[in-house]
Design a protein around this ligand. Structure first.
Ligand SMILES: Cc1ncc(COP(=O)(O)O)c(C=O)c1O
Length: 368
């Protein structure tokens, strides 16, 4: 090892990088083909609102200007849509950046971060990246998010609790009753982060009323993103809703121009086009049904999902199957890195993409 590498801070040296989904262009280069489909990164198959694309086109002439560091217009649009005050909002380059800001603001070396596992791979990465200690709490069979067991893992050194609801990669979720348990049990000096990246897809009737709770719980942070149902993953915009004083502290730890101007313009237009959001939701719910019907026909067990993807037990080695599917030009996601060796996670795509995935799966599982 070179001398300089020996000086890397120990907790960074121990980190594993986030394993991103394979891009379509990379697989096409590898296979020397075109027409690869990607159902591996929970993206919206509908793409963004045409109004968002138009807004990007209109902003392109201003690339030589720094963006508005306060996200003034986007803030106003999100504030109106959600019915929260502008000062309760913090914007980031994706919700990934919000997670990082929270870790930067709250964690001293050795402070603990509790979260369910398996869950979003960035939770341990941002925690360990700040020198924090990770406290994963295993999901109960079949991947249920039990708020009591998470609260039991909170100790005197816990500073942050991260919960994805619905959870990635399982698609399981918490309702209002479980939110109330968390709000009662998580101590006031521990930040409770509810990461609602997939909330718009949730099908359960008792959707947790997190935004209402923000005004009563100064330790609650609700996170949302434009990367999923809004179809703007490439532009990187996410936001947090929380108590204004807490937001004010978090603001100090962000980069001054963290959300670029194309992203701001697109996100503002996108949140104003709720008809498009509804269309994206409908398409995904139909896609989930199509996948579930296909899994039933193949005799495969799957986990009913509240998000835009579904976890399926393929009853064989997931990474090997994943590679074979890629050979057929289909990108899904093996979950071996999460300890789920026999599972694949597949995002609901366009009807023809779902059909192509199911057919490739049938052939790879030995169907004629
Ligand atoms: C639960 C969860 N939170 C946050 C994110 C990150 O979203 P963003 O693109 O806003 O950084 C993802 C992305 O996959 C996710 O699954």
């Amino acid at each position: 090892m070179s001398e300089i590498l020996g000086r890397i801070r120990a907790h960074i040296g121990d980190l594993s990088a986030y394993p991103p989904g394979k891009p379509i262009s990379e697989l096409e280069r590898e296979l020397g083909v075109s027409g690869v489909i990607k159902l591996g990164s929970n993206e919206s198959p509908l793409g963004p609102s045409p109004r968002a694309i138009q807004a990007v086109a209109e902003s392109i002439g201003e690339l030589h200007r720094y963006p508005d560091g306060s996200c003034f217009h986007l803030r106003a649009a999100v504030s109106k849509q959600l019915g929260v005050a502008p000062e309760n909002l913090l914007f980031g380059a994706g919700s990934d950046e919000i997670l990082e800001i929270l870790a930067k603001v709250f964690l001293n070396p050795g402070d603990e971060v509790a979260y369910f596992w398996p869950s979003f791979a960035m939770y341990p990465i941002v925690a360990a990246g700040m020198g924090g200690k990770v406290r994963p709490v295993e999901l109960r069979s079949p991947f249920a998010l039990d708020p009591e067991s998470l609260c039991d893992a909170i100790g005197p050194n816990t500073k942050l609790v991260f919960i994805a609801n619905p959870n990635n990669p399982t698609g399981t979720s918490l309702g209002q009753a479980e939110l109330e348990v968390l709000l009662q049990r998580v101590p006031q000096d521990v930040v409770l982060v509810l990461d609602e990246a997939y909330i718009e897809y949730m099908r359960r009737d008792d959707r947790p009323r997190t935004l209402e709770a923000v005004s009563m719980y100064p330790n609650l942070v609700v996170m949302r993103t434009f990367s999923k149902i809004y179809g703007l993953a490439a532009l990187r915009v996410g936001y947090a809703v929380a108590d204004a004083e807490l937001i004010h502290c978090l603001e100090r730890a962000r980069h001054p121009f963290n959300v670029n101007s194309l992203a701001q313009a697109a996100a503002e237009a996108a949140i104003e086009d709720q008809e498009h959001v509804q269309a994206a939701r409908e398409l995904t719910l139909q896609g989930l049904k199509q996948l579930e019907t296909g899994f039933d026909a193949l005799g495969l067990r799957y986990i009913p999902s509240d998000a835009n993807f579904v976890l399926v037990d393929v009853e064989e080695d997931g990474p090997a199957l994943d590679r074979r599917l890629q050979g057929r030009g289909v990108i899904a996601r093996s979950l071996a890195a999460f300890g789920l060796r026999h599972y694949l996670r597949v995002t609901a795509g366009l009807p023809e993409e779902n059909a192509r995935f199911l057919e490739a799966l049938r052939q790879e599982l030995g169907g004629s």
